[in-house]
Design a protein around this ligand. Structure first.
Ligand code: SAM
Length: 289
């Protein structure tokens, strides 16, 4: 098929920075991403941002079905051409951020997400699958390399943060490959990496997802303060109660939140949930406790 750049040019397409449009053209890389995602002829793949359709085509060759959401309607004639013959692929022209994930899931059943994500919304987009999805079995996405390292970071490292802990609760996370900035059109300022988050392995249960989210927020609230300090600021609990909670779980009362693994944060959230310690609202923070 004609080079994608030539197709885009012929359609008078102009790249839009505000939509994070950096397209891939390397067929070997695209096939490798689809392999990384473990796509088979049984798989329904959800793609966010098909762009000129290069990854969509690679997915279509292997998957049972591909559903792609694209915000930029000016890509409609391009995609009509590049995806002609890909009968198992459907493109919906809609802002994915404004879609109801529950509704999509009801329509497609179990699925995996495979995408070269628009950089400007990488984390909120990923967090929707981590926190809201019920039928998603995994997410394999191209993101900025630095962001990829944050997603997969170990506790106690500077990259470790609230997003890492949220992902780790749902599944395993690894970088499958790093990708040079030279492989994108137009060329971005940074290198990228493919991250595979597998919701079918790893992960752990907590008594309350809401409580876990509150504890994770609190653990990274102020990195320079101890966890017991952050707990007394973020939860309705006294310093003595915070220290008692940490001691009961075998956590040093001077520990900082960022040193606790996701599993330990989960244990802390269960402890607080079982004892009805809840987050304080902003107005409570100046209160008596
Ligand atoms: N998948 C293509 C590729 O790999 O060459 C394009 C990837 S490009 C990094 C990101 C794509 O996401 C662009 O086509 C952009 O228009 C689209 N996009 C950006 N924001 C979006 C949103 N909120 N909903 C759906 N698509 C979006």
């Amino acid at each position: 098929m004609e080079d994608l750049r030539a197709v885009l040019l012929r359609h008078g397409f102009t790249f839009k920075k505000q939509f994070g449009q950096n397209f891939l053209t390397d067929e070997n890389l695209l096939d490798a991403i689809v392999r990384d995602a473990g796509v088979t002829e049984e798989t329904t793949a959800l793609e966010i941002g098909p762009g000129a359709g290069a990854l969509t085509r690679a997915l279509s060759r292997r998957a049972k079905r591909v559903i792609a959401y694209e915000i930029d309607r000016t890509l409609q004639p391009v995609l009509a051409e590049t995806l002609s013959g890909c009968d198992n692929a459907t493109v919906v022209f809609r802002d994915f951020a404004k879609t109801d994930l529950g509704e999509i899931e009801r329509g497609i059943g179990e699925y995996v997400v495979v995408a070269n994500l628009p950089y400007y919304i990488t984390t909120p987009l990923l967090m929707r699958f981590v926190e809201e999805s019920r039928l998603c079995r995994g997410v394999t996405v191209m993101v900025q390399e630095e962001v990829a390292r944050r997603f997969c970071a170990e506790a106690g490292t500077p990259e470790y943060g609230a997003v890492t802990a949220a992902i780790a609760r749902r599944g395993s996370c690894k970088i499958t490959r790093t990708v040079s900035r030279n492989l994108f059109v137009p060329r971005p300022n940074v290198d990228s990496a493919v991250v595979k988050i597998d919701f079918t392995e790893g992960g752990f249960a907590v008594e309350s997802e809401r409580a876990y989210r509150a504890v994770v927020r609190c653990a990274f609230l102020n990195r320079r303060k101890t966890l017991s300090n952050n707990l007394t600021n973020a939860f309705r609990m006294s310093r003595a109660e915070a220290e008692a909670a940490l001691t009961a779980l075998g956590i040093d009362r001077m520990a900082r939140g960022e040193t606790l693994s996701p599993v330990r944060l989960g244990a802390l959230s269960d402890y607080l949930y079982e004892r009805n310690f809840t987050e304080s609202s902003a107005s409570d923070k100046t209160g008596a406790r």
